[in-house]
Design a protein around this ligand. Structure first.
Ligand SMILES: *[C@@H]1O[C@H](CO)[C@@H](O)[C@H](O)[C@H]1NC(C)=O
Ligand SMILES: *[C@@H]1O[C@H](CO)[C@@H](O)[C@H](O)[C@H]1NC(C)=O
Length: 184
């Protein structure tokens, strides 16, 4: 008799949890996986303007030794950088890269990048992709993870490849070409 009860226990628990799920206040429930997944390739130019009239990237913090460090270790920059279709600012505006980068490598130039890519054009308008990773800016191609997204890019995963297009040593301004592959 007790054995029968024990065997019925899982059934009873399943029934209980089914009832709990039906209630509107269920804490969690399991849904079927999303049906459509796509790989989207995005290509654009990122304008990092640190000086001049239209500055969009500002240094907000530094350590006592940052300016004497060969890699500007400890520098923190907040940016709201335009993303355009072509390399010039006159080309079509696709969105903004909003976030920060910080010099986090004492020996080589290596930035910690934390950005939301906020798209404003066509089917991606209002959708975002979150990029977080290490950017060794002197390397020809830098790869950084895409760790999430919103809107069209919900559940996003992927990677970004960044390549410096122009860098002005005097102003410090840079245009960087991005190829982003997003699975979403
Ligand atoms: C470090 O350099 C930056 C940029 O040239 C400057 O704005 C800042 O005042 C300097 N900081 C110190 C502590 O000298
Ligand atoms: C993008 O969406 C915003 C807010 O819904 C809207 O105001 C804007 O006109 C849209 N832009 C384009 C290019 O469709």
């Amino acid at each position: 008799m007790a054995g029968l009860h024990l065997r019925l226990l899982p059934l009873f628990l399943a029934l209980l949890s089914a009832i709990a799920i039906k209630g509107s206040k269920a804490y969690s429930r399991t849904l079927p996986p999303p049906k459509l997944q796509r790989l989207t390739h995005l290509h654009f130019y990122f304008h990092d303007t640190v000086s001049g009239e239209k500055t969009t990237a500002v240094r907000v913090a530094e350590a006592a030794g940052t300016n004497s460090s060969a890699t500007l270790f400890g520098m923190v920059v907040i940016a709201d950088n335009p993303l355009t279709e072509g390399p010039t600012m006159g080309s079509k505006m696709l969105g903004r890269a909003q976030g920060m980068y910080a010099s986090a490598d004492m020996n080589d130039f290596g930035l910690l990048m934390a950005f939301n890519l906020v798209f404003t054009e066509e089917k991606f308008n209002g959708s975002t992709v979150s990029l977080f990773g290490r950017n060794p800016i002197l390397s020809a191609v830098r790869e950084m993870p895409i760790v999430g997204g919103t809107g069209v890019f919900r559940f996003a995963k992927g990677y970004a490849q960044a390549k410096t297009y122009t860098f002005d040593r005097v102003s410090g301004n840079a245009v960087v070409e991005y190829n982003v592959y997003v699975w979403h």
